[in-house]
Design a protein around this ligand. Structure first.
Ligand code: TMP
Length: 238
């Protein structure tokens, strides 16, 4: 059994602790919701447990499909063990259907199916509000090399295909999502962070009901029953 040692990082939704193994971190998912880069913030008891369980399930299903992630195992309702990564400061967004900032910026109608999945990079820097950047910016800022950029895009698209299948099994359309990658001790680029209704846009495939954080971002209601619905659907396909 691993031991929970000192706090090494505290983010908006998670705390990371060192364990006795230098390559393994202990993650605690928090009952906190934020939007607008932290400007909107609320304590939502139970959200940490739901996101921990949903992310654990999704990472296990990605592993079954041959996709490597930092996830080791879920250890409690709100905690999991992960491989320690040197994080790449990018938010890699993949879009299948127009929504969110894509519709606002480009005046494309929400719900339009894109002709192919679009990959975008955002520079993960709170002080700058995570600006949209292109491949040249990523290279010029020494965030990643050309080869690494290609690998990030290829991985993001492969993960997209796997996630589309994983969500289709629970009658959900994967509209778009955000990924974060890190480098493990062997220097391999691996999927990290979380994949949950906080980081994906998920629409019911039959009714288009929103099953994700847009409910919170747009003040459309309580997110707990919505996230619980996503978890229940996963549990029904175990
Ligand atoms: P966007 O439409 O606001 O750019 O978001 C695209 C996707 O990325 C959406 O599924 C929500 C997710 N996302 C995050 O997980 N974290 C973020 O900080 C942002 C901006 C988006």
């Amino acid at each position: 059994m691993s031991e929970k040692l000192e706090l090494v990082y505290e983010g908006k939704a998670k705390k990371l602790f060192q364990t006795e193994n230098p390559n393994i971190l202990w993650v605690e998912y928090l009952g906190q919701a934020t939007a607008l880069n932290g400007k909107k913030k609320d304590i939502i008891e139970g959200k940490g447990e739901l996101n921990n369980k949903i992310t654990s399930t999704i990472f296990e299903r990605l592993h079954e499909k041959g996709i490597q992630t930092h996830f080791i195992k879920q250890i409690s309702e709100s905690e999991q063990l992960i491989e320690k990564m040197e994080m790449i400061p990018l938010e890699v967004v993949v879009r299948n259907i127009a929504a969110g900032s894509f519709t606002r910026r480009l005046a494309v109608e929400e719900g339009s199916v894109l002709p192919f999945p679009i990959v975008e990079f955002y520079y993960k820097e709170d002080a700058l509000d995570d600006p949209f950047i292109n491949d040249d910016h990523v290279k010029a800022l020494n965030i990643a090399t050309s080869e690494e950029i290609e690998l990030l895009k290829k991985s993001a698209l492969a993960i997209n295909q796997a996630l589309i299948t994983i969500f289709k099994e629970i009658n959900i359309r994967l509209v778009d999502f955000k990924l974060e990658f890190g480098k493990n001790v062997n220097g391999e680029i691996v999927l990290a962070d979380e994949v949950s209704p906080d980081t994906c846009r998920l629409w019911d495939a039959t009714t288009n009901e929103r099953l994700d954080k847009d409910i919170y971002r747009k003040d459309l209601g309580d997110i707990l029953p919505i996230y619980d619905e996503v978890l229940k659907r996963f549990e029904s396909t175990k």
